[in-house]
Design a protein around this ligand. Structure first.
Ligand code: HEM
Length: 144
């Protein structure tokens, strides 16, 4: 496992020790979507998605990206997510803004979050984000 104690500690403060995110983290999701849906183009992409599905998406996102971070190996599920998002028209820039919204949320919700903790989160999520961005790039290239 990669060593990122600041990420592990912040993750544990926010979500506890369980792998599943529990109900006490509701405000985390609300804060995330408050940040993420500020941009009209992203808001438009989620127009027909209710909050329940949004929470599922964010919960699954963490799990998949964190699994990639731990194993350094993209799962079949991450590839499926790549296909779905390419089809939805999610672009590279959207993935960057997803990460920005996530880090802004951690900064707001984790009382001990500082600049190094923010970096630790970016570090943990970047591998998966890079995978999804590259996936988009090659799909665009293969089907222009
Ligand atoms: C950063 C990594 C991301 C991960 C791991 C992720 C993961 C997921 C997952 C697991 C689903 C559910 C797919 C299914 O099984 O039906 C989903 C749906 C979706 N995602 Fe993402 N997502 C990410 C980023 C984004 C971004 C950046 C956007 C748009 C700006 C986006 C927009 C959507 C939309 C619109 C849906 C469909 C929701 C619905 O079912 O109505 N996602 N995502």
């Amino acid at each position: 496992m990669l060593d990122n104690p600041l990420f592990d500690a912040s993750d544990a403060r926010l979500f506890g020790r369980d792998i599943n995110i529990d109900e006490s983290s509701d405000s985390f999701f609300e804060t995330f979507y408050r940040h993420f849906l500020k941009a009209p183009d992203i808001h438009e992409l989620f127009r027909e998605t209710d909050m329940k599905r949004r929470v599922v998406m964010l919960r699954t996102s963490f799990f998949r990206l964190a699994a990639f971070y731990v194993t350094s190996h993209p799962s079949a599920e991450l590839e499926r997510i790549g296909f779905i998002h390419h089809r939805l028209g999610v672009a590279s820039d959207h993935f960057d803004r997803w990460l920005d919204a996530l880090v802004a949320t951690v900064a707001e919700e984790d009382p001990l979050c500082d600049q190094t903790t923010e970096f630790a989160w970016r570090w943990a999520m970047t591998l998966g984000i890079t995978y999804l961005k590259l996936f988009n790039y090659y799909q665009d290239k293969a089907h222009p």
